[in-house]
Design a binder for this molecule. Structure first.
Ligand SMILES: C[S@@+](CC[C@H](N)C(=O)[O-])C[C@H]1O[C@@H](n2cnc3c(N)ncnc32)[C@H](O)[C@@H]1O
Length: 285
């Protein structure tokens, strides 16, 4: 069957079909545009129909092809990790500019690292553009899920950052044992894209039904993990710390109230995503 016939008869949006077909043929999407007459074997057509069926059952394209583009890199993904979202790329830019401004040694921490997309993108960008800053920075990542950490470690290895980034399994900051460290020479820069949805939001969104519940469910108001993180931070003594949390826009007032109660003298800001929605809550302690 010709490529053009598959594209014409697909039950999926065109982009999904192109991505799946390009993956099965081990060709680029551009190749498909340039060669609509290319003959696809019956075996590949059969495989395509299997993937099409899975996609119709809400499997993300990223899981079907095993990778997802993020911040110009290609991350391995499996159903053990959230597929990194484009809006999260802004957090990478924010972490990089915070690190650049740091007069101390940045200790960059990615909480709920999943595929490792945030910390790997930050480390790679610093290594390429600011090598001296990269050398004096420390990179730590944490996830509660050991199967997610396997994926993150594979991605770090792929980008030759496995010796620079340390991965830990555990609850938020606890495996890092920061309370036992002298943090005076460092500035803590914490990226936290923790689960922040409620059960009702999860139930109402079939498109995320195949993603790990551990990556989505943030408890009753979606803020369970941020609340716990802030409490953990209260028990640590440091000179400077900045925390950026990815949130649902509707949580803005509540997270602000929560953080203000615990850190009355901190500075808070809310940063929008590309569509202008409140997406990041930043605390400077
Ligand atoms: C929303 S996903 C974010 C994944 C990745 N950082 C990204 O931006 O694509 C949240 C991640 O937090 C992890 N997680 C959930 N509870 C955690 C906890 N108590 N401590 C550390 N990580 C946790 C999940 O396993 C999941 O990988």
């Amino acid at each position: 069957m010709e490529v053009r016939a598959i594209l014409k008869n697909t039950a999926l949006p065109l982009l999904d079909t192109e991505l799946l077909l390009a993956f099965l043929l081990n060709k680029s999407r551009e190749f498909l545009f340039a060669h609509p007459e290319y003959d696809v074997s019956a075996a590949v057509v059969k495989k395509y129909h299997e993937l099409e069926k899975k996609r119709l059952a809400n499997w993300p394209v990223a899981y079907l092809v095993g990778e997802k583009g993020f911040y110009g890199l290609n991350f391995k993904v499996t159903p053990a990790v959230l597929t990194p979202r484009p809006e999260t790329e802004m957090m990478v830019d924010d972490i990089i500019s915070l690190a650049q401004k740091s007069s101390l040694k940045p200790l960059i921490i990615d909480l709920g690292t999943g595929s490792g997309a945030i910390i790997i993108s930050v480390a790679r960008e610093l290594k390429a553009k600011f090598p001296a800053l990269y050398r004096r920075s420390e990179f730590q990542a944490v996830d509660i899920s050991s199967s997610a950490l396997k994926v993150a470690k594979a991605n770090a290895l792929k980008y030759k950052l496995d010796k620079k980034i340390t991965f830990h399994r555990g609850n938020l900051l606890s495996p890092l044992k920061l309370e036992k460290r002298d943090l005076s020479p460092t500035e803590l820069i914490i990226a936290a894209n923790l689960p922040y949805l409620t059960k009702t939001q999860i139930k109402a969104a079939p498109s995320i039904s195949r993603e790990p519940i551990l990556a989505l469910d943030g408890g009753k108001d979606g803020l369970k993990y941020y609340q716990e993180l802030f409490k953990q931070l209260k028990g640590i003594s440091f000179r400077n710390a900045v925390i950026i949390c990815e949130i649902d826009p509707i949580q803005t007032t509540k997270i602000d109230a929560m953080a203000s109660t615990l850190f009355p003298s901190a500075q808070f800001s809310v940063l929008p995503d590309l569509s202008g929605q409140n997406r990041f809550f930043m605390i400077k302690l």
